[in-house]
Design a protein. Structure first.
Length: 261
């Protein structure tokens, strides 16, 4: 046995590709459960909460509790509730993220002049008007956060622009970077994940398809890391990367061999 007692698994590009389950994913999750390895699923999707993935995976025969699911939207809501509970949030993001924030008793404003916090995220309706309003909202020292750094999102139809591309535009007009990006690989994300596990980092395995989020999160926290080649990353990316995964898997279907090695 490898000695792993816990695992943090990415979802999109690792377990799912759009609406399709990646071959071998169900068996891999069964292997973890059989081995007694506590598992948290962690998606950088900023438009969905934990219950969405509980239902979505359940429809494919994967039984996972919402308590064992994190998303960048969940982490963001928890962070803002803890640090800016009474400040209106000017959101550049999806309507579903707005709903998740409001369900966490946070206030969202569409008036740039009322912003106590500015939050940038994935936004299909992003426009010149949006960037103009965000420039006004970011005047002075208004706290500025991003849900996640993913520049692109893998879908069945190909990659589409993600939160990172929106944040880049906001940074450019504001002349400053976000005070923090809250999803993977941030320290906030590490703390949220470890808060759902009772295992030391050195006994934890991170599996994901992104070197700059999944693998970097694990490397920063002192965890073992495994990159899968079913999402964003290919072997040429690994050769050029600043981070060095401990394992390279063709897919999560090879996780059984790693766990039982």
């Amino acid at each position: 046995m490898t000695g792993f007692e816990a695992a943090i698994l990415d979802v999109d590009g690792t377990i799912l590709r759009g609406e399709r389950v990646i071959p071998g994913a169900v068996d891999a999750l069964t292997t973890l459960e059989t081995a007694g390895i506590d598992t948290v699923l962690f998606s950088n999707n900023p438009t969905r909460g934990a219950s969405h993935y509980e239902a979505k995976l359940g429809s494919h025969g994967i039984d996972i509790s919402a308590d064992a699911v994190l998303t960048s939207a969940v982490v963001t809501a928890e962070f803002l509730r803890a640090n800016h509970p009474d400040e209106p949030i000017f959101l550049v993001g999806d309507d579903r993220l707005e709903t998740l924030l409001e369900e966490s008793d946070l206030s969202v404003t569409t008036d740039p002049g009322e912003s106590g916090v500015v939050l940038g995220s994935f936004d299909r309706e992003f426009s010149y008007g949006t960037i103009w309003e965000s420039l006004r909202a970011l005047e002075g020292s208004t706290p500025f956060y991003g849900t996640d750094p993913d520049a692109t999102i893998p879908t069945e139809g190909g990659d589409i622009p993600g939160s990172g591309s929106i944040l880049a535009a906001m940074e450019a007009v504001a002349g400053r970077e976000p005070d923090a990006i809250l999803g993977k690989p941030s320290a906030v994300a590490v703390e949220a994940a470890m808060g759902r596990l009772e295992t030391p980092p050195e006994r934890t395995l991170v599996v994901g398809d992104r070197l700059d989020t999944d693998i970097e999160l694990g490397e920063r926290a002192g965890m073992a890391t495994a990159v899968v080649l079913t999402g964003i990353t290919d072997r040429s990316d690994i050769e050029r990367a600043a981070v060095d995964p401990d394992y390279v898997l063709e897919s999560i279907g090879e996780l059984e061999e790693l766990i039982e090695d």
